[in-house]
Design a protein around this ligand. Structure first.
Ligand SMILES: Cc1cc2nc3c(=O)[nH]c(=O)nc-3n(C[C@H](O)[C@H](O)[C@H](O)COP(=O)(O)O)c2cc1C
Length: 633
């Protein structure tokens, strides 16, 4: 009854807002990094200066990170327009043109905004929206994450209200039938995990939301929590009801300060309205939540390690079974799910399992969220139905490669995933298809690599990360990953021999089998997949001492082509931090190889019309070039 009243009030708030001109500015972490705070300040002072009183709401991320800072102007009776890369100089034009006048300033726009039948935004000018299907992202960048009334007013917490009138088994059955699989990496069927936990007789029971997200290149969970935290909270309360738990924990890594701020605020607001805490929505069900600020350790994301961390111990994973659903936090049955997994729950309850089940492939249902990072034109975040191909993701959704380049591979799922070459871009995004390629979906972080990236160097980067993040409890992971790193380091330095490649493969396979937890077991994936698909690149490093992508510093050298070097230009010489550029004024410059630290400054500052600086590999090629080209000492 009480929620009915809150809901009516919230709907009135949203209706009133929709009848007024109002502005949304995306201020998630990515927006702030692009200068969104300054845009908010500038907008507020410009509106004040002109005596205009309209709401300016700070919202989360729409996933279009490449176009940030984003500003949305909603104008009843006219277009709702999204503006891209807004800065303080365009603020004035927008206020004058579209807030005061009737000019929608389309030259600054990314597109006009409409909503599909589920309330997800569609910007007709953007091709990616043809391929996207937004469930979790449908409100991101559209609702104010700090305002619970905004969430309730667009249908939020209705699924919880519905759930509280259903028998627990029915709620679990709904999730089971939807065939939702956990989005934290392993893809375990969520409904089955809920059922296992619900069956346990021991009490109390706990629910944990895993928001530790530490994969390099992944930021899906962060964006969801920064943009629509109530969605996850609602899913978590529903889970608590379904498994009969009264205590919950949200574990967010300390680096995610904005996400922590949003989650804490959401929790306090839900408590204030009686949606969380003692007797949820006036029922007999009580559910309390604590927000835990994690220590930012990758291994703390592994569920048994996470449980130890909440208990105040070292986050070292332990053998399973017993699984957390049997014996977890403080030795009691515990349900651990990822942010995205909980976030799907309200939608499934609201729309019915059939609707979720009807999206996706035979064994991977629903949608998948990916972060698109690296060498593409339009990096950001996307949500697509399971089953779209990698080709679609690369060329349609992420905008394709940057000018004149070719995408050669995707590193997916961080260190737990693997490297998928362009020859396999016909594969659909689906748990099983990725496994068949030797990779895995992981939690959804994608890093696009082009011809300027070296796969051996990339594998070295991940092994460096993993061996530093290993908790050290098991020998295979502690020493094995370090030895794998040493081998890769040797290869990238041109110090390896052919038999090192065999050693690398054998040790990678041993570490995969012999490690205790997923960290060590998945650590060799970047090595095994790159050995499988890019063996030639490894051979070139070892046998020819050559880095084909011209990345590995020990195997490359910089060279200035004398006849291309403009005699009046001194850019390389003036900017070289170690005075490794020789040549008198008015004469062609040259690199003093013994001094060069290979920072690449000379190449970066050489005017494109000259393009006199080049990289060469193997280094012995320098001799040839020096003979071919007259070099003045
Ligand atoms: C090294 C390592 C790190 C992990 N980090 C995370 C993480 O940050 N977030 C997450 O949800 N799951 C992470 N997992 C997976 C969890 O152990 C667990 O499978 C997940 O929380 C279960 O939730 P789900 O069924 O909703 O996916 C990690 C696993 C390993 C091995």
């Amino acid at each position: 009854m009480r929620f009915e009243k809150i809901k009516r009030e919230a709907e009135r708030y949203v209706k009133d807002l929709s009848l007024r001109t109002h502005i949304l500015v995306g201020t998630p972490t990515c927006g702030k990094a692009a200068g969104a705070d300054e845009v908010v300040r500038e907008l507020s002072s410009e509106l004040k200066r002109r005596g205009i009183e309209i709401p300016v709401l700070e919202v989360g991320c729409m996933g279009l990170c490449f176009a940030e800072p984003l500003v949305l102007i909603f104008k009843p009776g006219s277009f709702n327009v999204v503006y891209r890369n807004v800065d303080s100089s365009s603020v004035r034009r927008l206020v004058e043109g579209y807030i005061e006048g009737d000019d929608p300033c389309l030259e600054l726009a990314l597109g006009t905004i409409e909503f599909d039948e589920e309330g997800a935004p569609i910007i007709p000018e953007l091709k990616r929206f043809e391929f996207e299907k937004r469930i979790l992202l449908r409100r991101c960048g559209i609702v104010d994450p700090t305002n619970i009334m905004h969430y309730i007013g667009v249908g939020g917490y209705s699924a919880l209200e519905k759930t509280l009138h259903l028998p627990r088994e029915m709620v679990i059955d709904e999730i089971k039938k939807s065939e939702l699989r956990g989005r934290g990496g392993a893809g375990f069927p969520t409904g089955i995990k809920w059922e296992e936990c619900a069956k346990m007789q021991d009490e109390p029971k706990y629910v944990i939301c895993n928001a530790d997200e530490g994969d390099p290149g992944a930021f899906m969970d962060r964006i969801i929590l920064e943009s629509d935290p109530h969605q996850m909270l609602e899913g978590m309360i529903i889970a608590g009801y379904a498994v009969n738990a009264n205590e919950g924990f949200i574990y967010v890594r300390a680096e995610y300060q904005r996400a922590l701020e949003m989650v804490r605020r959401a929790k306090d607001d839900a408590e204030r309205l009686g949606i969380l805490g003692k007797s949820v929505m006036g029922t007999e069900f009580s559910f309390n939540i604590q927000v835990i600020e994690g220590a930012g350790a990758f291994v703390a994301g592994e569920e048994t390690g996470l449980i130890f961390a909440i208990e105040g111990k070292r986050s070292e994973p332990r053998f399973r079974p017993p699984y957390p659903s049997e014996r977890g936090l403080f030795g009691k049955p515990t349900l651990v799910d990822n942010v995205k997994t909980f976030s799907y729950v309200p939608w499934i309850i609201e729309n019915g399992w059939e609707k979720f089940y009807s999206i996706g492939t035979e064994k991977s249902k629903g949608t998948a969220i990916f972060t698109l990072a690296g060498k593409v034109k339009e990096p950001g975040l996307t949500e697509v139905p399971m089953g779209v191909t990698l080709n679609t993701l690369v060329y349609e959704v992420a905008g394709g490669p940057r000018e004149g380049k070719r995408i050669k591979a995707i590193q997916i799922g961080g260190p737990s995933g693997g490297c998928i070459p362009s020859s396999l871009f016909h594969l659909p995004v689906d748990y099983d298809a990725f496994l068949s390629s030797g990779s895995m979906m992981g939690s959804g972080g994608m890093i696009f690599m082009d011809e300027d990236d070296c796969v051996v160097d990339m594998a070295r980067f991940f092994l460096d990360f993993i061996q530093k993040e290993s908790c050290g409890k098991c020998t295979m992971c502690r020493i094995g990953t370090l030895q794998l790193f040493y081998l890769l380091d040797k290869i990238t330095k041109g110090e390896a021999e052919t038999q090192d490649l065999t050693k690398l493969k054998e040790l990678a396979e041993d570490v995969k089998i012999g490690s205790l937890c997923g960290l060590g077991r998945s650590a060799p994936n970047p090595i095994l997949t790159t050995l499988r698909y890019f063996y030639d690149e490894y051979v070139a490093h070892v046998e020819e001492k050559k880095c084909p992508a011209l990345v590995c510093k020990s195997l490359i050298a910089y060279f200035i082509i004398p006849e291309k070097c403009d005699r009046a230009c001194e850019h390389c010489k003036l900017t070289c931090p170690v005075e490794a550029v020789g040549g008198n004024k008015g004469e062609p410059k040259y690199i003093i190889q013994e001094k060069c630290v290979k920072c690449g400054t000379c190449l970066n500052v050489c005017p494109p019309e000259y393009s006199a600086v080049i990289k060469v590999s193997p280094i012995k090629k320098l001799k040839e070039l020096e003979i071919q080209n007259y070099r003045k000492e």
